[in-house]
Design a protein around this ligand. Structure first.
Ligand SMILES: [Zn+2]
Length: 341
């Protein structure tokens, strides 16, 4: 185990370590685009997309300004087809846990789902502890080798249907980057989730967005993830429009997933769940389905669970593991619509 950030930073790019799909150095200085797939192990679409794309981007190396890096988020959970093994790797990036991970300390997450964390009495590292150390090495290599500003595209899928959208911090540069992918943008999600990877990367000064690409098993989720990567490369200014194979078809793929939904939403409610709640979403709900205040969305051991406010439902939980039962979002109309809907 490394004992300090300095010792991590002196290491070469960890090309031989598991989880790095590829690192393409462009012919000239420029931004670095970091793409992450499979931060949740039951979401393989982003990883499939990145594995397909890496050769195509490598072939354009002479046209690429800056650097393209593709990584697997949680490789152990991905191999097992599970969201996570012992804790959610997208809720573990609080400053204290990152610091503990750098010092080789196992991070213990309360299995009851509570947000408090403490270090294990038993120091044996769990699967996600090893994944965090691996990702910290990769992130240190990114920070050390970048030749310009860093952009991050974090590719996910959802357990419910109809959920293709981006999600980012409510900051102008972040919104611009996310809106280059012509699907709905949901603001404010991260503010309600503790320890997401992108919150950590925002704190490093990177411009980040999540792209949810559809339902976990939907083949089109892979196509959407590929389209999102090309659009992000263009948005970061790393490839000219002409250097991207059929940029217009990438836009079409994403616009088709947008349907006629508004451009921008903000989160107004999150229903947190813990394993002992035994929460179940009622069948049939989809992403962006309108709900009224009082609509029964699911049940738990206390009885019916309703949406306390009206709006549109987002990410209704249809899988065993997860800390979010559902979200309610509302249109936010003050930020314009570059796609002209
Ligand atoms: Zn996910």
């Amino acid at each position: 185990m490394r004992s300090s950030a300095e010792s991590l930073a002196s290491e070469p790019v960890p090309a031989s370590r598991g989880g790095l799909i590829g690192w393409v150095e462009g012919h000239s200085e420029g931004p670095l685009l970091l793409c992450i797939g499979g931060l949740h192990g039951n979401e393989p679409a982003g990883v499939q997309a990145l594995k397909t794309l890496i050769g195509q981007i490598q072939a354009r190396r002479q046209l690429l300004s800056g650097d393209f890096v593709a990584v697997i988020g949680n490789s152990l959970a991905l191999a097992a087809g599970r969201r996570f093994m012992s804790y959610d790797l997208n809720r573990a990036w609080t400053p204290s846990r990152v610091e503990g991970s750098r010092h080789g300390l196992s991070v213990y997450v309360d299995p009851s789902g509570g947000s408090s964390s403490r270090r294990r009495r038993n120091p044996a590292p769990g699967p996600e502890d090893a994944e965090m150390v691996r990702l910290l090495h990769l992130l240190d290599a990114v920070s050390r080798r970048r030749r310009g500003p860093v952009h991050v595209l974090d590719l996910h899928t959802t357990s419910g249907w109809g959920g293709t959208f981006t999600s980012t911090a409510d900051r102008p540069a972040h919104r611009r980057f996310a809106m280059a992918i012509p699907v709905p943008l949901v603001l404010g999600l991260n503010e309600h989730l503790e320890g997401t990877l992108l919150t950590h990367l925002d704190d490093l000064g990177y411009t980040t967005t999540v792209c949810e690409c559809g339902q976990h098993e939907e083949p089109r989720a892979v196509n959407r993830a590929q389209a999102a990567v090309w659009l992000a490369l263009r948005a970061a200014g790393m490839l000219s429009e002409a250097a991207i194979p059929d940029l217009e078809s990438s836009r079409r793929i994403m616009r088709a997933a947008r349907r006629n939904l508004p451009q921008t939403f903000e989160m107004v409610h999150r229903h947190p769940v813990q394993p002992e709640d035994r929460y179940r979403t009622r069948p049939g709900f989809t992403n962006f389905q309108p709900v009224r205040a009082g609509t029964v969305v699911g049940e738990d051991r206390t009885g019916e669970i309703v949406a306390p406010v009206g709006g549109m439902l987002l990410m209704p939980l249809y899988q065993k593991l997860g800390e979010d039962g559902f979200f309610v979002v509302r249109e936010r109309g003050d930020l314009g619509d570059p796609d002209g809907h």
